[in-house]
Every structure is written in C-alpha cells, then in structure tokens.
Write a protein of this length. Sequence first.
Length: 153
Amino acid sequence: MKQLKVDAIKDGTVIDHIPAGKAIQVLKILKTQGNHPVSIGMNLPSTKFGAKDILKIENHELSAAEVDRIAIIAPTASITIIRHYEVAEKRKVSVPEKLENVAYCPNPNCITNAESIATRFKKYKENADGKVDYMCNYCEKIYRAEDFKIKLG
C-alpha cells in the first residue's frame, strides 16, 4: 500500500480525531485563517471512529477560547502542541461548563442578537447520547451544542 507522508512541524498544533468531514469547519473558527501554513487530512482511516480528519497548524498554539470552539464542533478531538519537533503537551478537548462569547444564541428574540452583549451559556445537561445541552444566560432557552452558530476567532 502506498502511503503519503505529511512533514512534521517544528512548532504548532495538531488537532487529531476530528469527526470526518468537520476539518474545514474547525479551521474556519480558528484565528489562524491565512496566517499560518496548514495541512489538512480528511476522511482518514481511524480504528476508533472508522474515519477522521486531522489538522496541522504551524507556528500557532490554540487559545482556551479556540479549544472551547473546537469542543462544540468536534468533542472527540485531541490537541497536541509541538515545540521544536517534540510533543510538548497533549490533551483531549472537553465540552466546557460555560461558553462566553463563543457562539450566537439561536433564539432570534434573544437580547444578545439585538444589542452588543456578549453571549453566555451554561451547560444544562449532558445527554445519554453524549451530546450537550446549554442554557442561554439571557433568554433562558435550552439548545444542543450542535445548534449553535460559532463565532469566528
């Protein structure tokens, strides 16, 4: 079997175990757009998930807000920070207890959609299917994380 190799990165971030087909969506929400070299692997074989996507972003370490955005789109993702070609840090994303100014409220009547107010959501419950519900701090409506439109970095 012929295999293509993507070069190792000297410094940056590798986001692995992204659900298949979600890499472009993850890339769009990050602050790196157009600023750093990016390698994208899509629909790669995965023993754990069947298929997965992967992103390698050179010369950029993710902020906490970026990791929160990723967790909403790709809760199975893992983050690896690379420094001088070595793994400096490795962690799984986790769905945060609170989301502050990360997503728009889906309720068109919410005050955050009419005025310049930072959105705030708190985790309401984690469902048996692993999906998370959040409650808006202002309109008090409950939404699934996947229903959010994520704010761009």
